[in-house]
Design a protein around this ligand. Structure first.
Ligand SMILES: [Ca+2]
Ligand SMILES: [Ca+2]
Length: 99
């Protein structure tokens, strides 16, 4: 089955893009305009605190989610996804959506 390999490739590409984006974002700190509540999810994503979420901040926020998803799929924690792991996740997802 090829889809699992494609999924892994997409995840890895997304993670490396997000890392690059995060490094760029750290260099371009803009002046803050209006600050949302520091504990809000918006403030967590808006890392430079300018009151707006730019594409790099959006990517960085999703990098965390992608990492969590990867770790959830990698049930034996070896840093790789096998077809068995992705198929098991698919089956878990399908049985959960039937309930
Ligand atoms: Ca921002
Ligand atoms: Ca694994």
């Amino acid at each position: 089955m090829r889809r699992a390999g494609v999924l892994v490739g997409v995840l890895i590409a997304a993670m490396s893009i997000a890392k690059l984006a995060y490094a760029e974002e750290a260099q371009s700190a803009a002046a803050p305009e209006e600050k949302p509540h520091p504990q809000s999810p918006f403030a967590e994503i808006d890392t430079n605190g300018d009151g707006k979420i730019d594409y790099n901040e959006f990517l960085a926020a999703h990098e965390k989610k992608i990492e969590m998803r990867f770790k959830a799929l990698d049930t034996n924690g070896d840093g790789f996804l096998t077809q068995d792991e992705t198929m098991a996740a698919k089956e878990r997802h399908q049985s959960a959506s039937k309930q």
